[in-house]
Ligand binder design. Structure first.
Ligand code: UTP
Length: 468
């Protein structure tokens, strides 16, 4: 698009401030600004801004009945019978053996709270081996492929790994994999793809300039996965490979059980389009998102959307009625992912994340490094598509937190939880439980044992966990 065309489009959308410094730029800076402006649809940004700025956070929750998911949509590995677990696991392994299962890693976040300059997946949580989160996950994939080959007798089993990055994380992520020889995985079975970005806006919806010749942009949230799966050709690649089932998970969970056969077997036994894993809430007041039924549809809500009475409500079993803490660990049928183009643009809402966004003062041209939030990043959330489903198309399985969830969010010494120290401790404690269950005697002074994932994809045998 020419300068005139862009100027007209941005002016019509009320965003002509992006040209404030245009005349003072040299030719190459003008070119680079125009090229970036050409990749943005200013009318769409203004439309999204107008919507988010006119919606109060309460709007979405008001007068909609919230209830725990019905029993018909749920199960728990903590209470399931040995027989059920066995059937789910065997069925899940059969799906993997048919090469119909893929995994999608959400690794586009900027990890602001962790404060590392590298992508989170490169982070060393301080294990004796100093393996990165990416390496732990790669080893689990190799290990599961080997296990399924061994159990089913099928050969050449492949679980393709699709890694969603973003503008800031793509380059360093790919370089890290290359430097580490893709951790032993075949390069043709790893596909990096990139989620979209959206301009950052000020509190009145105007696009912010990061520099005189550059618009401030940020990844469009983990809900950007849907648009990216289609636009980046991931769904097409899955279809070409005959993939029918997808496990998606977050990069920062060191305990993540990738492509868990039990989860796959459970979700498919319910004919679910989408399924989630949850862990029991630690306490009634823990501030975690909850997977519930809202207005008769599956949904994830903020902990603050239920009253204190509801938060404390218990079942006959003594368990909390609302205990399904969301850990962003999802099953998708490819059948469901095929429908993305029909809803990703007009159904998924954008959310406001108020952040400190470095930008340029439009009147003086001076750089601003804000000390408090001065603008808005626009984000979609991965779970916002759930409510368009019927409860019968969705299911949730509860799993043991200490075996499956320990997220790396914060820098050590800041919040005191969900940091490298807790991640490492949880992984090592799990290793200790495993080797003890396998008959080893571990010295009491040892707080944990590192069991390499490459030799230890965990299996469930009834309520007992064992390794191969
Ligand atoms: P978080 O919401 O915890 O964000 O991401 P983050 O980037 O890791 O950390 P903060 O909030 O900046 O401190 C949960 C998961 O969603 C992914 C992250 O990579 C992580 O796996 N994510 C988040 C994306 O893939 N894209 C995004 O735009 C945001």
């Amino acid at each position: 698009m020419s300068f005139e065309e862009l100027k007209t489009a941005y002016t019509a959308a009320g965003q002509s401030q992006v040209f404030t410094f245009y005349d003072s730029l040299d030719e190459s800076a003008q070119k680079s600004l125009l090229s970036q402006l050409g990749s943005i649809d200013p009318a769409r940004v203004s439309r999204i801004a107008a919507t988010v700025l006119s919606t109060s956070p309460e709007d979405s929750s008001k007068s909609t009945e919230i209830a725990p998911l019905p029993e018909t949509s749920t199960a728990s590995t903590l209470t399931a019978s040995k027989g059920e677990l066995k059937v789910w696991e065997e069925n899940g392994m059969a799906l993997i053996a048919e090469n119909t299962v893929a995994v999608v890693l959400l690794a586009g976040g900027q990890g602001t709270r962790l404060g590392s300059s590298d992508p989170k997946g490169c982070f060393d949580i301080g294990l004796p081996s100093h393996k990165s989160l990416f390496q732990l996950q790669a080893e689990r994939i190799i290990s599961l492929q080997n296990l399924v080959e061994k159990v089913t007798g099928k050969l050449e089993i492949v679980i393709p790994w699709y890694i969603m990055t973003s503008g800031p994380t793509r380059g360093p992520t790919e370089a890290f994999f290359k430097k580490n020889d893709y951790f032993g995985l075949a390069i043709e079975n790893i596909k990096f793809f990139e989620q979209g970005v959206l301009p950052c806006i000020d509190n009145s919806g105007k696009i912010l300039l990061e520099q005189k010749d550059k618009v401030a942009v940020a990844p469009d949230g983990n809900g950007g996965i849907y648009r990216a799966l289609v636009q980046e050709g991931v769904l097409k690649d899955m279809e070409e490979r005959g993939i029918k089932h997808v496990h998606a998970y977050c990069v920062d969970n060191c305990l993540v059980r990738i492509a868990d056969p039990v989860f796959l077997g459970f979700a498919t036994s319910r004919d679910s389009l989408v399924a989630t894993k949850s862990v029991p809430k630690r306490s009634p007041t823990e501030s975690v998102g909850l997977i519930v039924s809202k207005g008769g549809h599956p949904a994830v809500i903020e902990y603050s959307e239920i009253s204190p009475e509801m938060a404390h409500q218990t079942l006959d079993s003594g368990e909390l009625a609302f205990r399904t803490a969301n850990i962003v660990n999802h099953y998708y049928s490819v059948e469901y992912l095929r429908t993305i183009p029909t809803w990703t643009d007009n159904y998924l809402p954008y959310h406001v994340a108020r952040k400190k966004i470095p930008c340029v003062d439009l009147s003086s041209g001076a750089p601003i490094s804000p000390t408090k939030p001065n603008g808005i990043k626009l984000e979609q959330f991965i779970f916002d598509c759930f409510p368009q489903m019927e409860l019968t198309q969705f299911s949730n399985i509860e799993v043991l937190r200490e075996d499956e969830f320990s997220p790396l969010k914060n820098k050590v010494g800041t919040v005191g939880e969900d940091d490298a120290d807790t991640s490492r401790a949880d992984l090592l404690k799990q290793g200790k439980r495993w080797v003890e269950a396998a008959g080893a005697i571990v010295d009491e002074i040892l707080l944990g044992v590192e069991v390499p994932p490459i030799v230890s994809y965990v299996r469930r045998r009834g309520t007992r966990v064992c390794k191969w």
